[in-house]
Design a protein around this ligand. Structure first.
Ligand code: SF4
Ligand code: SF4
Length: 326
């Protein structure tokens, strides 16, 4: 449900229970869906540190899949006014954060959610359109184009600074001033003054640019039940590698958040083909014709080794052009 003009509106205008419902609870649990290398684990840590700065109790911990840039991962936060006794993964989140829009295609972001779970999604789509597209039903949903903000302010694909600002705008789970202080403190030792300022600008823009909407409740997905977890006796044996040299049988391009795009300046020096760790640069009769997107991980090595005077490879956001224009 958006307003009569089909636009997103602030949660308060829609009468949503977001801010008071989320902040009044004793224990708030957050699940982050992200990709390795985008700063989600750091962002979860900053949320916990900011909460502790405010005198609360907090946890932040990741759940990694494959140890590789771009691989899907989850991270969790717990924040409470009282000591937190549980240390397990978050199964029934109060807040779900999706910091890469490509994860909407592969991750079950609705797993275990409750009727009042708040969604915060990095997406170039307007919140009301996104809510309809993913059928988020009655859940308060916030959208922010954190990828665009990251490129504009930081110059790299680190959307989670903007997501932090949007998280505070959506839930007031910590104060924005305290959050900015914590970000500056965390980055201060490692980054230059300019880099710290760029990250702070990204946080502020996320805070101001997050927009909310609620889809028609009738559009809710069929089930929000937490998935049943098999016991160890029911689990199938895994990690069995039947054949050698079978990497090409597995489509791993879904980890990618940036994709290489070849431009007309290429002079076929083949440096990119030589250095690509996934043999994903496609040649035809000794000339580069494109990239094998089933196996390219978007690491950007090809763009880095391409001679600077040519810069024949641009790294562009995955799903970007089509998704961003729709
Ligand atoms: S981004 Fe370039 S170097 Fe990296 S896997 Fe893709 S084609 Fe290979
Ligand atoms: S490194 Fe650059 S110029 Fe050389 S083949 Fe690859 S894209 Fe073309």
């Amino acid at each position: 449900m958006c307003n009569e003009r089909g636009e997103s509106e602030p949660a308060a205008a829609l009468g949503l229970p977001t801010l008071t419902a989320v902040t009044a609870k004793h224990l708030i649990e957050i699940r982050w869906h992200a990709r390795a290398g985008q700063g989600a684990v750091t962002a979860a840590k900053i949320v916990a540190q900011t909460a502790m700065r405010e005198g609360k109790y907090a946890q932040a911990f990741p759940e990694y899949g494959p140890e590789r840039s771009g691989a899907p991962l989850k991270a969790y936060n717990r924040i409470s006014e009282e000591p937190i006794r549980t240390h397990a993964q978050v199964r029934i989140p109060d807040i779900v954060i999706v910091s890469d829009p490509t994860l909407l295609r592969s991750e079950d972001i609705f797993a275990g959610v409750k009727a009042d779970t708040v969604f915060l999604i990095n997406s170039p789509r307007p919140a009301y359109k996104l809510a309809l597209d993913i059928r988020s039903g009655p859940h308060p949903l916030y959208a922010v184009d954190a990828t665009k903000i990251a490129f504009a302010e930081i110059g790299r694909h680190f959307p989670n600074m903007a997501m932090l600002g949007a998280l505070v705008a959506a839930t007031a789970i910590v104060g924005i001033d305290q959050l900015l202080l914590q970000v500056a403190e965390n980055l201060g030792d490692k980054a230059s003054f300019d880099a710290v300022q760029a990250n702070l600008r990204a946080v502020r823009r996320g805070f101001h640019e997050a927009a909310s909407a609620v889809a028609n409740p009738a559009d809710a997905p069929a089930s929000h039940e937490a998935p049943a977890q098999p016991g160890w006796r029911e689990m199938l044996p895994g990690s069995a590698i039947a054949d050698a040299g079978n990497a090409s049988d597995y489509v791993t391009g879904g980890w990618r958040t940036l994709r290489p795009r070849l431009n007309e300046r290429c002079n076929d020096c083949l440096l990119c083909w030589f250095f690509c760790p996934d043999s994903a640069v496609v040649l035809n009769e000794g000339k580069v014709t494109g990239f094998d997107l089933n196996h390219c991980k978007g690491c950007g090595i090809c763009a880095q080794v391409c001679p600077p005077r040519l810069k024949a490879i641009d790294m562009v956001p995955e799903g970007g052009d089509e998704e961003r224009s729709s």
